[in-house]
Design a protein around this ligand. Structure first.
Ligand code: GLN
Length: 535
């Protein structure tokens, strides 16, 4: 039953949104820096099969993996911290587990047994986690359980994790519990009662945490640490302060300085595993590049879901990655395209304009006007997916004289469907998992901005769309000065658009933000910020 892999299970208490994802990613990063083969898994106890059908304003961005998974945004955190791609199987939901159990039952695999949460559902959860560890030959797998202890939905998952400690042995499993120690005002005492209660709740279901990671606005006070230790039955040296930091990338160092790696290795019975200095040097250079930025580059992000910063979290990060690479502080103003109305003039104060992905009619006209404004005023423009499509619509309307140019997503009866459904999408009825998803090959033409950015004729980029440029208009657009410099599937679909005589006007049908990493910004973002900072 026992595997070679060690497990770190991260649970959360008090409330959601505490940054369990950052704690999990930071621990994984420290292990990776200590030469461990490591990866992360996110459990989402909700009943959606995946994050694909969820509104980004309510739940944050849908992160797309190379293999076409529509995942929770924490997967993006893991990829960015670890600088490695995470497969879609690493995002486990209740719906996936129950579907597999029900399918097995229908196939008669339970041989007449009454199928129950314990052991059948918990077995399915454990199998899924173990199969990831095994198939990827991991030294350590960090598993983050979403939600808050006490939620009904997460109970089967926590029960499965509890059983795993029993089966794998306590020196192969470490439980980390992330909680909050609020202080009522800036100088006030840090309160530990919510943490005490959440640990009690965790113990009630049979889980004794090994480590506590306590979120707080400033360094956790000794007195608070002592109380938490006493009430949680966790020794003081195993209580870690996760106070606010200038950048989330500083959290690994913060935890390392408090000795977390030694504590984890000791629990795992591993000795002599020290960080190699070259790994640390590289990572620290990257972290410092985010802190030592000068000169502001002001970017307007005009989108549909700007009310929640998490809706475009990968785009925000990708912009920062690009800025830090060239030593510039990227300041992003989120502008709701629906509220922009006719007032696009206010965008002239920005060094660059970015339009991220989006779905549906609301706010689309504001984006079309934005794309046109950037073109007319020679302001650097980067359009992603929806931003690519609506830039083409704007070009159709304002340059090619197609006054009713539109996407059929916005107006299904338009006379000029410049953007139309992908042919293979026409007969699809289910919304879930049915978009064109994941990494696909794109060919890039020589002597174009696209080639200047990617320095290659072949690139692979992640996608998430149902609509595309309508080839019927290709020649007209070309003659009017818009060039398609990247395409896929033997020119069946257009992937990159540019306007050669513009300072920087680039639209991409794919999502470059998902492959941008700290220290390694994605090419189109880097070129965009470079152009904006010399604007
Ligand atoms: N709604 C558009 C489509 O489905 C764009 C999608 C996106 O921006 N991710 O093609």
């Amino acid at each position: 039953m026992q595997s070679e892999t060690k497990y770190i299970f991260v649970t959360g208490g008090v409330m959601s949104g505490l940054g369990k994802g950052v704690v999990s990613s930071s621990i994984a990063k420290l292990l990776q820096l200590s030469n461990q083969r490591v990866s992360c898994v996110k459990i989402d106890p909700y009943l959606n099969y995946d994050a694909g059908t969820m509104n980004p304003i309510a739940h944050g961005e849908v992160f797309v993996t190379d293999d076409g998974g529509e995942c929770d945004m924490d997967i993006g955190n893991y990829e960015r911290f670890l600088n490695q791609s995470i497969p879609r199987t690493h995002n486990i939901t209740t719906a996936q587990i129950y579907s597999s159990v029900i399918e097995s039952e229908r196939r008669g695999e339970y041989l007449g047994a009454c199928v129950q949460i314990i052991p059948h559902v918990t077995d399915a959860i454990k199998d899924r986690i173990r199969s990831i560890a095994k198939s990827e030959s991991l030294d350590v797998l960090v598993v983050e359980c979403g939600g808050t202890v006490g939620d009904i939905e997460s109970l089967p998952f926590l029960e499965a994790l509890r059983q795993m400690r029993l089966e794998e042995g306590s020196d192969n499993v470490v439980f980390v519990h992330v909680t909050l120690a609020p202080s009522l005002d800036v100088v006030g005492e840090q309160k530990t009662k919510p943490t005490q209660h959440s640990v009690q709740e965790l113990r009630r279901i049979g889980i004794q945490p090994d480590l506590m990671a306590v979120r707080c606005s400033r360094l956790l006070e000794t007195s608070a640490k002592r109380k938490i230790s006493l009430f949680s039955n966790v020794s003081e040296k195993d209580v870690f302060s996760c106070h606010d930091a200038e950048s989330i990338l500083m959290v690994p160092q913060m935890l390392y300085d408090q000795g977390i790696i030694d504590v984890i290795f000791k629990k795992f019975g591993k000795v002599g595993l020290v960080n190699t200095s070259t790994n640390w040097d590289k990572w620290n250079t990257i972290v410092n590049s985010f802190v030592n930025v000068k000169d502001q580059v002001r970017i307007a992000m005009v989108g549909k879901y700007v009310k929640l910063a998490d809706s475009y979290v990968s785009v925000n990060h990708a912009l920062k990655h690009a800025g830090s690479k060239i030593g510039k502080n990227v300041v992003i103003d989120w502008i709701d395209s629906e509220e922009l109305n006719g007032e696009v003039d206010r965008l002239s104060q920005y060094h660059g304009i970015i339009v991220p992905g989006g779905f549906g009619e609301r706010g689309a006209e504001g984006i079309i006007k934005t794309a046109n404004f950037a073109r007319e005023k020679n302001i650097p423009y980067l359009g992603i997916c929806f931003g690519f499509q609506l830039a083409a619509v704007a070009f159709g309307r304002y340059v090619c004289g197609l006054s009713s140019a539109n996407s059929t997503e916005i107006n299904p009866n338009t006379q000029d469907p410049v953007i139309d459904l992908l042919p293979e999408q026409k007969f699809i009825e289910n919304k879930g998992g049915s978009l064109r998803l994941g990494a696909n090959e794109i060919k890039v033409e020589n002597d174009t901005l696209g080639f200047k950015i990617y320095k290659s004729n072949t690139i692979f980029k992640r996608h998430r769309h149902r609509y595309e440029f309508n080839q019927k208009y290709l020649e007209l657009f070309n003659t009017k000065g818009l060039q398609f410099s990247g395409y896929s599937d033997s020119k069946k679909r257009m992937e990159i658009l540019e306007i050669p005589n513009h300072k920087f006007y680039l639209g991409v049908q794919f999502h470059p933000e998902f492959s941008s990493r700290p220290g390694y910004p994605e090419g189109s973002f880097e070129a965009f910020i470079q152009a904006a900072s010399s604007a």
